[in-house]
Design a protein around this ligand. Structure first.
Ligand SMILES: [Zn+2]
Length: 174
């Protein structure tokens, strides 16, 4: 299942990626008018077979009626409720312990990072500037991932754990 989400669903896109779903976001489209952006979203949904996720009633109606695209009108502003709606609508089964496979920022595939890549990364340099003991930090999280597109480094830190916990709650909540 692949998705394309509008600009109002940036956080939902990140969560879907962390859960392993290939999700494009309109936030990555630059320099388009609103009308051009809508047209591009409809084209991409069709050509790449992506389900359209939108909070825009007009775009949703246009997708369904004129283009025959499986579009979902996302009703809630809260990201957990949004995830729940997507899951129920498409009958998805979210993994209990999501494997980190996609970059939450750009949708690129993640690969394991080498110690050299970890050590030279922007993210670790930022921690170094804050006098964090990097050796301990790297030992603590053990696995670090690098995005093959934007080179951002990820690890399963507090944010990831909170997210995994909430997703588990969501899975038990029908
Ligand atoms: Zn990336």
């Amino acid at each position: 299942m692949k998705f394309l989400a509008d600009r109002m669903l940036g956080r939902l896109s990140s969560w879907l990626r962390i859960l392993g779903y290939d999700t494009l976001s309109a936030n990555s489209f630059d320099g388009l008018s609103n009308a051009e952006e809508d047209t591009l979203m409809l084209e991409l949904s069709g050509s790449e077979k992506r389900a359209l996720l939108t909070r825009d009633t007009q775009l949703h109606t246009r997708a369904r009626q004129k283009c025959g695209i499986p579009s979902l009108l996302v009703q809630d502003g809260d990201v957990l409720r949004q995830l729940n709606q997507v899951r129920n609508h498409y009958g998805l089964v979210f993994p209990e312990e999501p494997e980190t496979v996609r970059c939450s920022v750009c949708n690129g595939m993640l690969e394991l990072a080498s110690s050299e890549e970890i050590s030279h990364s922007h993210e670790i340099n930022k921690l170094r500037a804050k006098s964090v003991d990097i050796e301990k930090f790297v030992q603590r999280y053990a696995r670090f991932y690098k995005c093959s597109q934007c080179s951002k480094i990820f690890w399963k830190g507090q944010h990831w754990r909170n997210m995994a916990y909430k997703t588990r709650l969501l899975s038990g909540q029908h």
